[in-house]
Design a protein around this ligand. Structure first.
Ligand code: PMP
Length: 305
């Protein structure tokens, strides 16, 4: 069960957690017609700081644009609302879930007449793939479910309905005794995981799949890129085959919820203990989010300033 906090922001007002409810004929509940973000705030020596807030809110607006959902608030209003929601709940760190969804008032597949609602919820959330996963790595399985084709579901948008695909892959992986799924594109290239980007390390180079393989352009992925560049570790975007996963020197995942997580094995082919490049990226990432590295201060929005 979720660890609750006091307030959830709904359409411009802070309401009590228990009262943050919707009608059963909410369009998004039936047709998956919503877009969302996943953001984190971390404890720093200056109180909680939201990591890369502007990039996340920008991506939320991009997702809405792709789905032709008109967000009834401005970018500045949603930035301010997110900060306010973290502040009033008096959490030191939390996960943050802004959601823009088609609400109650119309049914049927034409979404255009529907009212648009916006909510922002926060809650304390530990390591998404577990503390052991962060330390020792996770066991991955290539899913029998493919990732979206960009002309069936646009992977650049974080659409709520798209995540049924992720959930199917997640369930398959867990039921088969693994921690997380790796999904291939319809063309058979490695795409991403159910809610994380994927990276392999071979001969000292980091490689991650392109958006054309169906991967979301992750904000954590772009933090990894910047950190790799600052460490002078070669970083490439390129197609990865399933067999490249098996023979990788190292592998890791990145995502806001998951953070940076080493891959221990793929389809029972051992990759082994987290390697030196994975470790360095992971350490720098955690230092960045906690405000411990001056170079990445611009990524933080302090909520009590
Ligand atoms: N891929 C998918 C499918 C995701 O849902 C996420 C999480 N938003 C990611 C990758 C990682 O993106 P980010 O680093 O921006 O959280």
């Amino acid at each position: 069960p979720l660890e609750t906090v006091e307030k959830i922001w709904m359409d411009g007002e802070l309401v009590d957690w228990a009262d943050a409810k919707v009608h059963v004929l909410t369009h998004a509940l039936h047709y998956g017609s919503g877009v969302f973000e996943g953001i984190r705030a971390y404890a720093t020596d200056r109180g909680p700081a939201i990591f890369r807030l502007d990039d996340h809110i920008r991506r939320l607006f991009d997702s809405a644009k792709i789905y032709m959902i008109e967000v009834p608030f401005t970018y500045d209003e949603l930035v301010a609302a997110t900060i306010e929601t973290v502040r009033v709940n008096e959490v030191e760190s939390c996960y943050i879930r802004p959601l823009v969804y088609l609400g109650y008032g119309e049914m049927g597949l034409n979404p255009l007449p529907c009212p648009v609602n916006v909510s922002i919820a926060v809650w304390p959330w530990g390591s998404y793939l577990g503390d052991d996963g962060i330390r020792n790595g996770v066991r991955m399985k290539v899913s029998s479910w493919k990732r979206h084709d960009p002309n069936i579901m646009p992977p650049a948008a974080k659409g709520t309905g798209m995540y049924v695909n992720s959930s199917m892959a997640k369930v398959e992986a867990i039921k088969s005794g693994y921690d997380e799924a790796i999904m291939l594109s319809p063309q058979g290239f490695v795409s991403e995981c159910t809610g994380e980007n994927i990276f392999v390390v071979k001969d000292g180079r980091i490689v991650t799949p392109p958006t054309s393989a169906g991967a979301l352009e992750g904000i954590t992925q772009s933090s990894v890129r910047r950190i790799a560049e600052d460490l002078d570790i070669p970083y490439e975007v390129g197609n990865i085959l399933r067999s490249d996963l098996y023979t990788a020197d190292e592998g890791f995942l990145s995502g806001t919820a998951a953070e940076v997580v080493p891959i221990r094995s793929v389809d029972d082919r051992e990759i082994g203990e987290p390697g030196p490049i994975t470790r360095q990226i992971q350490e720098r990432y955690f230092a960045a989010v906690k405000g411990e590295d001056e170079r990445y201060k611009d990524w933080l929005t302090h909520v009590r300033d």
